[in-house]
Design a protein around this ligand. Structure first.
Ligand code: IMP
Length: 172
């Protein structure tokens, strides 16, 4: 079974390398705490850190966000990081910014931890669906309003292992 390919393995690899070079340049050899938002970002995160020419401290978080009374929603932390990020350079890594609720809630929560710098990277961004404004400092690709799978992204827990980002067209 194959799905229409949006970004091939080669195209992703080239773009991730470019982003890695840009991030390395911006942080001038300083340590970077990279925080991957599970599960979708695990492959992007693994590839991105191997393109960084910086001392990296890798952490993962698992969160669920839901609309609440605050505009950024509420955040339930299912798996938290094990490091104090006060005074550190932090990079939050997402698979896709869809409505923006997850990443905007995470950014608000991390601002309170007083990092030295706080930046966001996402593999994908769907501007057509955005409801919660968020600055993506390092974005690999902007996409149209498709449901996408592969390279870490799932549909009902499936397809994370595909080496490319494809458009889910309903076939299983
Ligand atoms: P947001 O909080 O609406 O920005 O949603 C972010 C999360 O929804 C992402 O981290 C993904 O896990 C999931 N998601 C949104 N769009 C897609 C998609 O097209 N394919 C797979 N997962 C998606």
């Amino acid at each position: 079974m194959s799905y229409p390919v949006l970004f091939s393995k080669e195209v992703i690899q080239k773009r991730v390398k470019e982003l890695g070079e840009q991030i390395s340049k911006d942080f001038h050899g300083e340590e970077l705490v990279v925080i991957g938002v599970l599960k979708g970002s695990f492959i992007y995160c693994a590839d991105l850190i191997r393109e960084l020419n910086l001392p990296v401290h890798l952490e993962f978080m698992s969160v669920s966000s839901y609309e609440g009374t605050e505009s950024t929603g509420n955040l339930r932390v299912n798996l938290d990081i094990n490091v104090d990020v006060a005074g550190k350079n932090v990079l939050l890594v997402e698979d896709i910014v869809d409505t923006g609720l997850t990443i905007s809630s995470l950014v608000e929560s991390f601002k309170k931890k007083n990092p030295k710098t706080l930046k966001v990277s996402s593999l994908l961004y769907k501007p057509a669906r955005l409801e919660h404004k968020v600055e993506i400092d390092y974005l690999a690709f902007e996409i149209e309003d498709h449901f996408v799978i592969g390279y870490g992204l799932d549909f009902n827990g499936r397809f994370r292992e595909l080496p490319y980002v494809g458009i889910y067209n309903g076939e299983v």
